[in-house]
Design a binder for this molecule. Structure first.
Ligand SMILES: C[S@@+](CC[C@H](N)C(=O)[O-])C[C@H]1O[C@@H](n2cnc3c(N)ncnc32)[C@H](O)[C@@H]1O
Length: 209
């Protein structure tokens, strides 16, 4: 469909859609949303595209704050939950966005681009950059800090999901080929829980590229 093998990931997330919809939103994620919202306000952003939106809780937050949002996800069950919240939402892969060039002031992608195989990441970043306006803002939030790529064997989801994780300097190097890095912060494991820390990154489309 778009260079990514998405069949398994669609099955996994379709099955967990309702569970994820009612799960608790951790405080550190709320802080991340507020942080990006401040960037959006300072830059007079009007519209926001969410990638891998899941059940749309972040889109809902940004919409309530006055942004014109579009939620996208590869899982039809997730998109259904977005629409039930009154959100504009479309089934779409971030590898092939059915969206015109230079149409968004901002893009929010929380814990979804970690499902992209490493050899495909640059193609996905190109696609994201294509739809972002010149000097638009892009929030890229993923677990990482170590180099890993493969199926998570202890994953409670079925089929078990594929993940890619990057060391901090490695992900910065790739992202800076396409964007300027406005902000980079590590949120430690003890705050986010689990085996990896979190990489909170705010990027800006490079003018003139
Ligand atoms: C870990 S969930 C995160 C959902 C939401 N961003 C959140 O933080 O609650 C990852 C989401 O990415 C979506 N996803 C995975 N691969 C995708 C792709 N190629 N295109 C669009 N969405 C994708 C999944 O369906 C899932 O809803």
């Amino acid at each position: 469909m778009d260079g990514l093998n998405v069949k398994d990931i669609i099955d996994s997330y379709n099955q967990k859609a309702n569970e994820r919809n009612i799960s608790h939103v951790q405080d550190w994620k709320k802080i991340e949303r507020d942080l990006f919202l401040n960037f959006l306000k300072e830059n007079n952003c009007i519209n926001l595209l969410e990638l891998g939106a899941g059940p749309g809780r972040d889109s809902f937050f940004f919409k309530e704050q006055g942004l014109n949002t579009l939620s996208t996800d590869i899982s039809p069950e997730m998109v259904k939950l977005c629409r039930e919240k009154g959100l504009a939402a479309e089934v779409m892969s971030f590898a092939k966005l059915n969206i015109p060039d230079v149409s968004y002031d901002s893009i929010w992608a929380l814990n979804c681009l970690l499902h992209v195989p490493k050899k495909e990441l640059k193609n996905v970043l190109k696609e994201i950059k294509r739809v972002l306006k010149p000097s638009g803002l892009f929030y890229f939030g993923v677990y990482g800090g170590e180099d890993f790529e493969g199926i998570w064997e202890d994953d409670p989801y079925e089929p078990k999901r594929f993940f890619s994780f990057y060391e901090d300097e490695a992900i910065k190097k790739i992202l800076s080929e396409f964007f300027s890095i406005e902000y980079f912060k590590v949120i430690p494991r003890k705050v986010v829980g689990g085996n990896y820390h979190f990489q909170s990154i705010i990027l800006r489309s490079k003018l003139g590229d």
